[in-house]
Design a protein around this ligand. Structure first.
Ligand code: BQF
Length: 283
């Protein structure tokens, strides 16, 4: 039976360390500030934005919410971002995704000052990650790596399989595992023999976006299983991309949903915001 890695607990430790750092900045008259933009009223996005604001409050950052109506134009949204780029008390800027479909996500990401890009979605930050010389790591992959480290798991030389190839999770996740000398395979909707490839993984990261997609026959005995998914099951209950009840008995380590990768995503956002505040102040 697997050891459950509690993202909830690890995230609380990370936030406590950030809070200490923030108190040290406070003595220099610096308070990290995060601007969170939300467009429209998607209920999941509302929950995520609230989680981010609450975390800011806990660690001692100032957060500013910019809640824009769903009808906001591209020009209005870009104008807000430009204003925040020039606002000295704002160190980090994020625009909650997905955006209503009349808005251009790529243009929005490109508009954010890379030194304030705490999601690390701007092409210049993505490029830096690829080289291994970065200021910010994307929050979810960084959170997964922290969970791996917290459990004392060695990545070097391991067979790592990432299911999912999004720009936000799958691709950067593969890159971070590669930086730690994992042998990395990325699987996706066109992958042949997905089951066999997953079943050969020592470290399996599920970022598919399908409830309980990973079944016991896709997991090697003793594998480490990290579940990035946030879905609702047939009863409307939160569940991951991994069928936890089936897979947990086979795995050596597994992350739950909720309380696994999710809280780490938020903790890593705080880490990036702290870093951004240090960068803005030449520290
Ligand atoms: C937990 C996200 C998909 C698309 C856009 C804690 C979060 C989630 C779960 C959270 C997510 C997912 C976020 C738990 C932020 C993670 O206890 O299990 C926190 O707030 N997340 C987001 O901002 O955008 C998303 C998933």
């Amino acid at each position: 039976m697997a050891t459950i890695i509690s993202g909830k607990e690890v995230a609380a430790k990370v936030r406590a360390e950030i809070k200490k750092d923030c108190e040290a900045l406070d003595e220099m008259g610096i308070t990290p500030g995060l601007a969170v933009i939300i467009v429209g009223d998607d209920p999941a996005s509302r929950v995520y934005v609230n989680n981010k604001k609450k975390a800011c409050e806990e660690v001692g950052f100032v957060s500013e919410e910019y809640a824009l109506p769903a009808e906001t134009t591209q020009e209005e949204l870009l104008a807000l971002i430009h204003r925040l780029n020039g606002k000295p008390d704002i160190d980090g800027i994020l625009c909650q995704l997905p955006l209503p479909k009349h808005l251009d996500e790529k243009a929005v990401i490109n508009a954010i000052d890379p030194t304030k890009d705490v999601d690390a979605f701007h092409p210049s930050n993505v490029g830096k990650i690829m080289i291994g010389d970065y200021d910010f790591l994307p929050c979810t992959p960084a959170g997964v790596m922290e969970l791996i480290h917290s459990a004392g798991i060695e990545v070097s030389g391991k067979n790592c399989v990432v299911i999912g190839r999004s720009n936000i999770v799958g691709k950067p996740m593969a890159m971070l595992l590669l930086h730690e000398n994992g042998t990395v395979t990325i699987c996706h909707s066109r992958t042949k023999n997905l089951k066999e490839i997953c079943a050969a993984a020592d470290i399996l990261v599920a970022a598919v976006g399908k409830p309980k997609f990973v079944k016991a026959d896709m997991v090697k005995e003793g594998a480490v299983v990290l579940d990035v998914g946030i879905n609702r099951d047939e009863n409307g209950k939160l569940c991951g991309d991994v069928d936890f009840d089936e897979v947990a008995p086979k795995a050596s380590f597994i992350t739950p949903v909720p309380g696994g990768v999710g809280p780490m995503t938020i903790a890593m956002l705080m880490k990036n915001t702290l870093k951004a505040a240090k960068l803005q102040n030449n520290l």
